[in-house]
Ligand binder design. Structure first.
Ligand SMILES: Nc1ncnc2c1ncn2[C@@H]1O[C@H](COP(=O)(O)OP(=O)(O)OP(=O)(O)O)[C@@H](O)[C@H]1O
Length: 354
């Protein structure tokens, strides 16, 4: 439904977007993930029409929309800080967009009231219609912001870090709320986030932006299991990465030679990656099986994250190596600080780039 080809945007001679090609499906939840400064907000603003690209084409519903004003695009935008009107009630905030939009404003009060009522029910704000927006919680403000956009019946909604202003607890509850609301209204959501956990949890599709380009676009589980470059693997924050060189089925790294399985990915940069949750911690004297890779590390500390425990080991080259054990698989074990352990994984579980 939305296609960008070779879209470029430059600020003061510096590229903020450098040849973006992407294609978003109808009726789906898309997460846009990227490190700070990678161009996420710029990309959203270009799609919304708040910024004009220097080059490239934006097509929406089959039509080129480069020259169409933001109001005429049929694309909604939800801001991180919600941007609600403090002097208007919940209901008035939601009605505002319909009554005052430049394109096809709805002025029949009955139609406005009916649509606002439906929207209030859809986002779960029934009972709070008359409240001032200064008298509702952060999560409720988020719902008002969303309802105010959805009431105008956009074909697509852009959300710029929509959960960024909420505390951690509320953020995880609003993740499933947002997904459910989207499914009910059938509109494509493009959700910008700097959090890999949020992107993978929410998006049917994930777009990874790195250094002003699309580094990878795919299903969330494909990106998680098969990041297509060391940069994407690093950014996902769930892989240990080793630099080095691949030759004759062995990856030579600072941690020693690492045997390689059948799987390798072509990449300009060579690297060896093993996911945190694919590693077993065994006594130092443990011997690796024929299909396994074994290195040694010194235990530093463990950190509980609720469903998992993450343990940190220092390798001989000083690098920190992380292991994640899900508590549903086994009870947590206590490791001795400053003691040496074997860190073992299956050869086939490693991703080798080169
Ligand atoms: N109005 C502007 N004028 C000049 N440079 C800008 C402008 N807006 C963004 N940039 C630059 O463009 C690049 C991309 O910025 P952008 O805000 O899109 O990144 P982001 O991925 O959204 O970052 P963050 O996650 O920190 O919000 C950055 O180098 C930024 O400094």
């Amino acid at each position: 439904m939305l296609t960008l080809s070779k879209v470029t945007k430059t600020y003061n001679g510096e590229p903020a977007l450098d040849g973006i090609d992407l294609s978003l499906p109808e009726d789906s939840y898309v997460s846009l993930l990227g490190p700070s400064g990678s161009g996420k907000t710029t990309l959203l603003r270009v799609i919304a029409g708040f910024e004009t690209p220097d080059a490239g084409t934006i097509r929406f519903g089959g039509k080129v929309i480069n020259a169409v004003s933001p109001h005429g695009r049929g694309i909604g935008f939800v801001f991180q800080n919600f941007a609600l009107f403090p002097h208007l009630s919940v209901e008035e905030n939601i009605a505002f967009g319909l009554l005052n939009r430049k394109h096809e404003a709805v002025t029949d009060r009955k139609v406005v009231d009916a649509r606002v009522r439906d929207m209030i029910a859809l986002v779960g704000l029934t009972g709070l219609e008359g409240r001032a927006t200064t008298q509702i919680s952060g999560g409720q403000k988020q719902r008002v912001a969303l309802a105010r956009t959805l009431v105008t019946e956009p074909k697509m909604v852009l959300l710029d870090e929509p959960l960024g202003a909420l505390d951690a607890n509320l953020r995880s509850r609003m993740r499933s709320e947002l997904r459910a609301i989207r499914e009910r209204c059938g509109v494509t959501f493009l959700h910008v986030t700097g959090s890999e956990a949020e992107a993978l949890a929410m998006g049917d599709t994930v777009l990874v932006l790195d250094a002003k380009k699309i580094a990878q676009q795919g299903y969330a589980d494909t990106i998680y299991n098969r990041p297509n470059s060391p940069a994407v693997a690093r950014f996902l924050n769930c892989y240990n990465l080793f630099g080095g060189r691949l030759s004759d089925g062995v990856f030579s790294s600072a941690a020693g030679p690492l045997p390689v399985g059948k799987f390798s990915l072509p990449s300009a940069q060579s690297a060896y990656a093993i996911r945190y949750d694919r590693i077993a911690i065994r006594p130092r004297e443990a011997v690796a099986g024929a299909d396994e890779v074994r290195i040694e590390g010194t235990f530093v500390a463990s950190e509980y994250t609720g469903a998992a425990v993450n343990s940190f080991f220092q390798l001989d080259d000083g690098k920190v190596f992380e292991v994640e054990q899900h508590l549903s698989h086994s009870a947590p074990e206590a490791y001795q600080p400053q003691s040496r352990y074997s860190l073992v994984w299956k050869k086939e579980d490693a991703l080798v780039y080169g």
